[in-house]
Design a protein around this ligand. Structure first.
Ligand SMILES: *Cc1c(COP(=O)(O)O)cnc(C)c1O
Length: 399
């Protein structure tokens, strides 16, 4: 075992089980390990690297800002945060945005915002607010958020959890209707469930959910931390159904592959319930993050990355569908967010991920059964084609 891996294993908590590779460099859709071996990055750090490694304009924005001013806290104004927030609001069609750092923090922010809106605007009785989430959701790792999870390992021995959350099946509009009560303040949903294994809801589901929420004065919260910002072949995955969420949560790719940057967007009637002191984060919206977030959003638009994801996603999907193996149960996804579902009695996800690693492709299995393929949106056609051939080869050797 490499000395680096041995030491990380010795000194790092074992809350992850990484594949055995030590990466030292990245550029675009490629990364290299400590021995100089090249890999196609088909993981993009779960969409955090949608712009590719070392995106020139994002790195430039980061360096320029770093040379000037990095962090001052929100106790003062900076000359970059307004630019970032204005660009995000105008691009995505919201009155206001609230900057945080990680996705989980932004989800927590959205939940707090929905609750406060519920008490102040919807007039739900004190401490009675209910939020509805979906089975197999992934919204992060805080105690409140894992309290909404249905994954036993994410919850086990971390309780007790906050009250006020209800979980319903994903993709089933009827159970949502039944679950809504006069005290329901919000419904939180991933337009595509990423961690659950790239699960797509039935067509029309998001639109039906949004309409139902409007009818019952319930906020529709879209967690687009993974599916948003071009990943699913549109600027937002919700755009596939022309759904405008009441609260939009962004993260991962918003950091341009260089920093954690997250954002919660909503219109004034919702966001204005927050007053100074209600909520915050020391780092949220710091100057570096604002410069990077702005550069990441601009690159997404100027380089047409969503359209690119749609075209390349189709190319990848088409190529993958020509691979046949008794263990492949399903290949599904949207844009460059694709999952290969395996029959684990024939082939385990980790076996495939390890074999792909050996052959120069970075992927990761989720729940042992789904191989995720989500390369940077800037990946070339040639690399997509190379990836398809490597995947074909690996499956043919895993008979
Ligand atoms: C990754 C993810 C999160 C959590 O983001 P972190 O930055 O890891 O806290 C939340 N929701 C979804 C849909 C995600 O994919």
């Amino acid at each position: 075992m490499s000395n680096t891996i041995q030491r990380e294993t010795q000194f790092g908590a074992h809350n992850y089980h990484p594949l055995p590779v030590v990466l030292v460099k990245g550029k675009g859709a490629l990364v290299w390990d400590e021995n100089g071996k090249e890999y196609i990055d088909m993981m993009s750090a779960y969409s955090a690297v949608s712009h590719g490694h070392q995106h020139p304009k994002i790195v430039q924005a980061l360096e320029k800002q770093l040379a000037r001013l990095a962090i001052v806290s929100r106790s003062y104004y900076t000359d970059v945060l307004a630019d970032f927030l204005q660009y995000a609001c105008e691009l995505l069609g919201y009155d206001k945005a609230l900057p945080m750092n990680t996705g989980a923090e932004a989800v927590e922010t959205a939940l707090k915002l929905a609750r406060k809106w519920g008490y102040q605007v919807k007039q739900v009785p004190s401490d009675q607010a209910e939020i509805i989430a979906c089975r197999n959701n992934f919204h992060g790792r805080t105690i409140a958020i894992v309290g909404m999870s249905t994954e036993p390992q994410y919850r086990e021995d971390f309780g007790p959890f906050p009250a006020g959350f209800k979980v319903i099946p994903y993709g089933d509009i009827n159970t949502l209707e039944k679950a809504i009560t006069p005290n329901t303040v919000a419904f939180i949903v991933e337009p595509i469930q990423g961690e659950a294994g790239i699960i797509l809801p039935p067509p029309g589901y998001l639109k039906q959910c949004k309409d139902l929420c409007v009818r019952h004065n319930v906020l529709f919260i879209a967690d687009e931390i993974q599916s948003g910002l071009g990943r699913a072949g549109k600027r937002l995955a919700c755009d596939h159904e022309n759904v405008h969420p009441d609260i939009l949560v962004l993260g991962k790719a918003l950091g341009g592959g260089v920093l954690p940057v997250s954002l919660v967007l909503a219109d004034d009637p919702i966001m204005s319930v927050l007053r100074p002191g209600d909520h915050g984060s020391t780092f949220g919206g710091y100057a570096l993050a604002a410069a990077v977030g702005l550069a990441a959003l601009k690159a997404l638009e100027e380089e047409g990355l969503a359209e690119r994801a749609a075209v390349l996603g189709e190319r990848l999907m088409k190529g993958l569908k020509t691979i046949s193996h008794p263990a492949i149960k399903d290949i599904r996804g949207k844009g460059l967010m694709i999952g290969i579902e395996l029959d684990p009695t024939i082939l385990e996800g980790r076996t495939v991920a390890l074999k792909l690693l050996e052959q120069g492709i970075l992927t990761k299995e989720t729940h042992q059964v789904v191989i995720r393929l989500a390369p940077p949106l800037v990946i070339s056609e040639a690399l997509i084609d190379r990836a398809i051939e490597i995947i074909r080869q690996v499956f043919s050797e895993l008979k």
